[in-house]
Design a protein around this ligand. Structure first.
Ligand SMILES: Nc1ncnc2c1ncn2[C@@H]1O[C@H](COP(=O)(O)OP(=O)(O)OP(=O)(O)O)[C@@H](O)[C@H]1O
Ligand SMILES: O=P(O)(O)OC[C@H]1O[C@H](OP(=O)(O)OP(=O)(O)O)[C@H](O)[C@@H]1O
Length: 202
């Protein structure tokens, strides 16, 4: 049995579509069930941010998660394959007409991506105050909670509709198939076969 942690939502659905193509079998989570078992696969339906945790602890052999989340967790996991889905970037959002003012003594940034934002400012040797939020990040600069945000951008629509402009990009992201190191060595043949079959349908 291979256990694979999938992030609830769009990425899980698109990943299961790839499995369907690769293994000629329909994979769908039933109603509110969190485990789906079929063809020697056990899929787990977990929150996006929790995928690396399940894989790191070996509760799942494999996982599917955005590079942005992997970067935040800083776990020692194997990146097996870029699934070419969930493509987006992590970028600054600024109030319309404003630019990042690098001359300020300290910038306040609201974000879900704390470590990514912190690293960016460390590299520029700039002081930053990070305000951790869990959602609706775009709201923060509009009500004076922060000077700017660091968030996921795909089309830019969310920022635009909330009076923000997309600023500099920090990193590109897409969903990757990841593996627990011990699982990878213990189940190498099966995992590499899975990787190859998925690669063929990307
Ligand atoms: N608009 C988007 N287009 C493409 N990919 C996206 C988009 N938004 C997010 N992603 C990618 O999908 C992942 C999951 O995003 P989503 O917004 O569903 O998670 P989340 O809100 O962080 O999860 P949770 O609710 O569990 O905290 C992100 O980490 C990112 O890699
Ligand atoms: O640039 P865009 O195409 O507008 O996409 C960016 C938005 O997509 C994501 O939100 P999502 O749709 O996942 O909503 P949620 O995070 O609030 O659940 C992300 O948190 C951004 O707000």
């Amino acid at each position: 049995m291979l256990t694979i942690a999938l992030p609830k939502g769009r990425i899980a659905k698109e990943t299961l579509d790839k499995f369907q193509k690769a293994f000629n079998e329909e994979f769908i989570f039933e109603d509110r069930k969190l485990i789906l078992e079929k063809q020697n696969f056990r899929f787990l339906n977990v929150r996006n941010q929790d995928v690396p945790t399940y894989v790191m602890h070996g509760a799942a052999d494999l996982g599917v998660v955005g590079l942005d989340v992997l970067e935040e967790k800083e776990y020692d996991l194997i990146k097996l394959l870029d699934l070419q889905l969930g493509k987006c970037k992590v970028a600054f959002g600024l109030r319309k007409g404003e630019e990042l003012d690098f001359s300020k003594s300290e910038i306040t940034v609201a974000t879900k991506h704390e470590k990514i934002a912190k690293k960016y400012f460390e590299q520029k040797a700039m002081a930053v105050e990070i305000i951790k939020l869990y959602g609706s990040i775009e709201l923060a600069p509009l009500v004076g909670l922060s000077d700017c945000i660091v968030d996921i951008v795909e089309t830019g629509t969310t920022m635009k509709q909330n009076g923000l402009e997309v600023g500099p990009t920090i990193m590109e992201s897409s969903a990757h198939l990841i593996a627990n190191k011990n699982s990878f060595y213990a189940k190498k043949d099966r995992i590499l076969d899975l990787k190859n079959r998925i690669q063929e349908v990307i």
